[in-house]
Write a protein that binds this ligand. Structure first.
Ligand SMILES: Cc1ncc(COP(=O)(O)O)c(C=O)c1O
Length: 489
């Protein structure tokens, strides 16, 4: 009779013992074989199923190991009494209760980007670099070389804060190119700026403490700080960058997050006077500035101003950088330069939270920088981005006319345009994206302010895409103008 509960499929990729095991387990779980029920001997079941006795024995052994079946002495196997608790019917309900999200989990899993209407995988997505310019063949050769060369502790858990050779190269590069006070000992290599921000928010501030953020500003930083339970305090932004004098909430912040090289999302460069004010604000309250120097490798004209980290006094600024734009987001390598006294504890926090970067990738990056191929790659990508940014801006100006202020792209991989008329930017973004794009509405980047416009990526734009996007935006704006044309302040 038991054979009726088990159907053997000889054409299946699932081995025969596994098929018998799963069928019996399922029958017991569903109550078709009750606790205490006698099972046939392995010889009898093998004969009934037309399979080898070894296969049945192997299945029984697994069930015995799980405590679902017992075999005492030489007697026949029985379904164990404890198997009654294995009711498959109840299992999902128990599992669903057990995996409810915590309050922190809910904060961490509320996707800040979904509010912008952008959808992953569409064309002209903000933040996406020129994937088509990645030197794939050279990278593959480099990976092969370093994989053969790497030996010893670095392949194990030895250097969790980052491969020494990459930290050496980064220290030299950041000192020379960005005026950062960097030594290999003060650098931590992480998988992303997002990981760095999460680590810093959790390690340097307690829930309920204030963190100042640019308004409008980078959603990734806002999400990391919110998930860490920090109180987000908006710091208004104008043509000179963030202005700490206009922060209304005067509680002393633990963290002040800024993007001085290239403000996110507007692209403005923070003036020297403002940099000094931000440093002064941090100094006055014992907080720390988190300088996200994203896109400083991609400024199209002139050299970027030196990093704030080199301007400030020792310990006032933590410098953050990433290879996500200069190489690929998929490499998952970023870095931060931290004050000397924080390097060791943050390295432990990094290990505890598992925010470590792949060692082979780090070795390949170190070779790229040391050989000069990284700088050469940056020059090529910068030309591509500049040309694509110019194309997008001119297509948008042509199609939108007075309906939008379209800035000259000064660097990076995206631009933020502002509508001059009262339109619902979420509706515009949704309509444009329905045509296969992935542009973001600007308004969700505001905390207290409500900028109205779109953020559009240009670094990956292929032939004709800038024109097509500009047309889609113009069509959506024409349909969405809500009333008489009203200029935003
Ligand atoms: C302001 C800013 N910082 C950092 C990043 C990227 O960081 P990562 O991919 O290393 O998390 C982005 C990407 O869009 C960004 O816009």
């Amino acid at each position: 009779m038991l054979a009726g509960l088990i159907s053997i499929d000889r054409s299946s990729a699932v081995p025969l013992p596994e098929q018998v095991y799963r069928a019996l387990r399922e029958a017991i779980g569903a109550g078709r074989l009750a606790a205490g029920a006698r099972l046939p001997s392995s010889r009898a079941l093998a004969a009934a199923l037309g399979i080898s006795r070894n296969s049945v024995n192997a299945a029984y052994e697994l069930l015995v190991a799980e405590g679902i079946v017992t075999v005492r002495g030489g007697s026949v196997p029985k379904v164990s009494a404890a198997a009654g608790t294995l009711s498959e019917g109840e299992a999902p309900a128990i599992a669903a209760r057990a995996v409810a999200l915590s309050a922190r989990g809910r904060a961490m899993s509320s996707d800040p980007w979904s509010r912008t209407e952008r959808r992953r995988g569409g064309k002209l997505e903000p933040g996406t670099p020129s994937l088509d310019r990645f030197p794939a063949d050279d990278w593959a050769r480099t990976l092969r070389r370093v994989t053969r060369r790497l030996r010893g502790d670095v392949l194990s858990y030895g250097e969790t804060r980052g491969l020494p050779e990459l930290r050496r190269e980064l220290a030299a590069y950041l000192t020379a190119e960005r005026g950062v006070r960097a030594t290999p000992e003060r650098i931590l290599v992480t998988p992303s700026t997002q990981a760095s921000l999460t680590l810093l928010a959790n390690s340097l501030a307690d829930p309920g403490e204030a963190a100042w953020l640019e308004d409008p500003g980078y959603l990734g930083a806002r999400a990391a700080f919110t998930a860490a339970g920090l109180d987000i305090v908006p710091m208004p932004v104008d043509a000179e960058g963030a202005d700490p004098r206009r922060v209304a909430d005067r509680r002393p912040p633990r963290l002040i997050y800024v993007t001085p090289s290239h403000q996110y999302p507007f692209g403005t460069r923070m003036s020297l006077a403002r940099r000094a004010m931000v440093l002064e604000a941090a100094r006055a309250c014992g907080g720390v500035v988190l300088e996200d120097d994203y896109d400083s490798e991609f400024l199209f004209s002139g050299r970027p101003l030196a990093a704030m980290q080199g301007l400030g006094a020792e310990g006032e600024v933590i410098y953050l950088g990433t290879f996500s734009k200069s190489m690929l987001p998929g490499l998952r390598v970023a870095y931060m330069v931290v004050p000397e006294h924080l390097a060791a504890p943050l390295a432990v926090a990094q290990r505890v939270s598992g925010m470590l970067a792949n060692v082979t990738t780090q070795a390949a990056l170190a070779e790229f920088i040391a050989s000069g191929r990284y700088r050469a790659h940056l020059r090529r990508v910068q030309q591509t981005c500049e040309a694509r940014g110019r194309d997008l801006a001119s297509a948008l100006r042509q199609r939108l006319g007075d309906a939008a202020d379209v800035p000259d792209p000064v660097g990076g991989v995206q631009l933020a345009l502002r509508f001059t008329a009262a339109v619902d930017d979420l509706a515009v973004a949704a309509q444009v994206n329905a045509a296969g794009f992935s542009v973001a509405a600007l308004s969700p980047y505001g905390i207290d302010c409500r900028p109205c416009g779109l953020v559009i990526g240009f670094a990956g734009a292929q032939e004709g895409e800038a024109q097509a996007c500009a047309e889609a935006v113009a069509g959506a704006v024409a349909g969405a103008i809500a009333g008489p044309v009203k200029r935003h302040a």
